[in-house]
Design a binder for this molecule. Structure first.
Ligand code: AMP
Ligand code: MG
Length: 711
């Protein structure tokens, strides 16, 4: 097995200048993981300095008895045939020695790489293959541009460049990416390192037992990990430093078994052309580079709850549009077994692993035969011995003019394309008889007629239903990527509140909002976190909010959201500087305080239970769906004749507690916002428009069943 203790990753450079003293990009960077510990990336200003540094690391690791895998980010070989043209041998390492004998390099970086490349080009008949130079009028044997080079004597790319989708070519000497120049200035260094005791080159040397193995690597394999690390680090680190560190970390985390497979399962091209370690394993390496954990989503912006300026009462639709624009998912993906995934939100689209049905099969119990072999008139077909049953296929061909007993769900055997229903036949003496007139293909299901293999079964953002689990399982999916459950903390505020079940003093009321809100959150498949009741006390509320942000992604409070003396939720959010007091033109509801507390969105709902429920359904639900990764979901509306009469003034939208009886929408007898019995009586809400309206019996009204406010 291939076990290594330390991993070095080198980002090489073909620079002709000494790099600045201050660490910068486009110089040489070394990423190093020693015995599982990630070291600070090492910056080298010149190749000479880097070579000495690498040699010291090799010597140090050997002395400490640690086996070292050192990766270099330039090709160890050229496309098939190049080495032979130049050295007369197919061994890429002979070309290393050839280069080492010719390339000169200086302390500060001046070198003769174009002269050597020109000499290499002279070994080929047509122009090239090396191209690109710093001076259009020097080195006549090197074309300035690639156009005109035919790459018919040798291919432009190696098999592994194609396999790993690397865009660069080892013949390009100038204009980034200057991989060609990096090779010319790197291979002689490798040829020298190779002469050190215990150093072997992968895959050309006998490397299996060597204490130090030098291998070709390419940071492009872990580009997704590099990109997300760069995006999530506000300090804007140097990309090359991030690349080498992440790749060394990824390699150090590959299991010995997987690394062994990566290093030994190679195509034949690797012998002459060398190979990029990890080709074909980019996803695994990327995952390992990022802790195996997908990157955290970016934080919400401070102004995510900003409302249009200068508006006094915000219409409901504008408030919803602002929420939709300001929020985005705040949860990470994770793997989940399909049987446990009901109610979870897909973090990536799911493709069918297998078609459904996987093979043509019978839709009924009956007899199968080839349609084209039916005689004229009413058929009487001899039956073959045996039968086709679900899970027990008939593994021979059914001869033309014969029939076979076949059961529902059985794979249709070779020689059969049509099935007659058992009830439409008569059997006896080893034969089956039926009336003429059956259609070709009758009673069979085609392979993939339901779902094709590879088809998108369900999109990202889908909230999985029990039927979705059947679809996933039927097409061979055992696990899916879902978002972690959104964690929602619920806090009730108010001096007057006590817990139901206790004894209330004069002036005290039982906390009705908390059980309702916690249950709603669970109903939406989110994790409800009960933060209890908090008195109208700013210090206590501040502590509760702090506590909630450490345990939850979102906070729902009820009460204290207006602008009065005891409205501490809005006061604290204002203090935190990221608060918006939304005055929404809505009945019941109105005061809604929205803000960020240490980056967590807070929905400050009104205390009144009727208003708290309506605001939760109308505003919090779609917002939470968005935060949870399910996208913005509009509730399904039904247009239903009214079983009531009402006139309303213009200026605000109204929601009435309602239910459907005999196909008509009835509304609760009282619109009083203190009437909790009304939300319990209701099965949905009737929505009356922002404008003035007069509703008469039988007029169509907009009705949302409570079930519409689901995820
Ligand atoms: P507030 O928004 O704090 O001014 O409260 C508005 C009304 O709702 C007051 O009558 C409160 O007593 C009542 N209220 C606040 N919170 C709750 C709760 N958790 N359960 C029941 N009623 C509440
Ligand atoms: Mg209060």
């Amino acid at each position: 097995m291939t076990g290594f203790d330390s991993f070095l990753v080198v980002d090489w450079s073909a620079s002709v200048k000494r790099a600045p003293a201050r660490p910068s990009k486009d110089s040489i960077w070394l990423g190093f993981v020693q015995d599982g510990t990630c070291q600070t990336p090492i910056y080298c200003r010149t190749r000479t300095e880097a070579e000495a540094r690498i040699a010291r690391i090799i010597a140090g690791e050997r002395a400490a008895g640690r086996r070292l895998l050192a990766g270099f980010d330039f090709p160890f070989g050229y496309p098939k045939g190049v080495a032979r043209r130049i050295t007369g041998s197919d061994d890429p390492l002979d070309l290393w020695d050839w280069l080492e004998a010719r390339i000169t390099d200086s302390e500060t970086g001046e070198n003769n790489r174009f002269d050597v490349a020109e000499a290499m080009n002279a070994c080929f008949d047509a122009p090239g293959p090396f191209w690109g130079k710093t001076h259009a009028d020097r080195w006549p044997g090197i074309p300035y541009r690639k156009a005109g080079i035919r790459f018919d004597e040798v291919a432009e790319k190696r098999a592994c460049d194609v396999a790993s989708k690397a865009a660069s070519s080892c013949f390009q000497l100038c204009f980034p990416p200057t991989v060609g120049s990096q090779m010319l200035m790197g291979l002689p260094m490798l040829a020298r390192l190779r002469r050190q005791q215990g150093v072997a080159i992968w895959p050309s040397d006998e490397w299996q037992g060597a204490p130090v193995v030098l291998a070709e690597i390419w940071p492009g394999l872990i580009e997704p990990a590099v990109k997300s690390a760069m995006a999530n680090d506000p300090a804007a680190p140097i990309r090359d430093a991030v690349q080498v560190t992440l790749l060394a970390r990824a390699l150090s985390r590959v299991s010995a078994e997987d690394l062994n497979a990566m290093m030994t399962d190679l195509p034949v091209e690797a012998q002459q052309e060398a190979w990029i370690l990890g080709t074909g394993h980019d996803e695994m390496l990327s995952d390992l580079a990022t802790d195996g954990r997908p990157p955290a989503p970016p934080p919400l912006r401070d102004d995510c709850f900003a409302m249009p300026a200068g508006v006094d009462w915000t219409p409901v639709d504008d408030a919803l549009a602002a929420l939709r624009a300001g929020l985005h998912p705040v949860v990470r993906p994770e793997r989940c077994a399909v049987p446990d995934a009901c109610g979870r939100v897909l973090a990536a689209p799911v493709l069918a692993k297998r078609a459904n049905p996987p093979t043509p099969n019978s839709a009924v119990d009956g007899y199968g035969f080839a349609y084209d072999s039916l005689p004229a008139g009413d058929p009487v077909l001899p039956l073959v011995a045996g039968r086709a049953a679900a899970g027990v296929p008939y593994d021979k061909a059914v001869p033309p003019g014969h029939a076979i007993r076949i059961l529902t769900g059985a794979a249709v055997p070779v020689g059969v394309d049509t099935v007659i229903l058992e009830e439409d036949t008569r059997q006896g003496a080893g034969q089956v008889a039926f009336r003429a007139g059956i259609k070709r293909g009758a009673n069979t299901r085609k392979a993939g007629e339901d779902v094709d293999a590879g088809a998108e079964l369900l999109p990202k953002g889908r909230v999985l239903t029990p039927a979705d689990l059947a679809l996933l399982a039927a097409t061979g999916i055992g696990e899916v990527d879902v978002f972690q459950r959104l964690r929602v903390a619920v806090v009730s505020t108010g001096d007057e509140l006590i817990e139901a079940g206790g004894t209330a003093d004069l002036g005290q009321i039982f906390d009705a909002n908390r059980p309702m809100l916690l249950a709603k959150i669970r109903e939406w498949g989110m994790e409800a976190i009960d933060m209890g009741r908090i008195a109208d006390d700013r210090t206590a509320l501040r502590a509760a909010l702090d506590d909630a942000t450490s345990r939850a992604d979102v906070i729902l409070t009820s009460g204290g959201a207006s602008a009065g003396d005891e409205d501490h939720v809005s006061a604290l959010l204002s203090e935190a500087g990221a608060m918006q007091q939304w005055r929404i033109a809505l009945k019941p509801g109105r005061p809604l305080a929205l803000g960020l507390w240490q980056g967590a969105p807070v929905f400050g709902l009104p205390g009144n239970p009727v208003a708290a429920l309506v605001c939760t359904l109308i505003f919090a639900r779609p917002a939470l769906g968005l935060l949870a990764g399910a996208g913005w979901q509009e509730p399904q509306v039904f247009h239903v004749p009214a079983a009531f009469e009402k006139s309303k003034k213009p200026g605000r939208r109204e929601y009435l507690r309602a239910r459907i009886r005999n196909g008509r929408a009835e509304v609760f007898a009282s619109e009083g916002s203190g009437r909790i019995s009304g939300i319990s009586w209701a099965e949905g809400l009737v929505e009356l428009p922002d404008a003035a309206a007069t509703i008469r019996q039988g007029d169509p009204v907009r009705y949302y069943p409570f079930g519409s406010f689901a995820l």
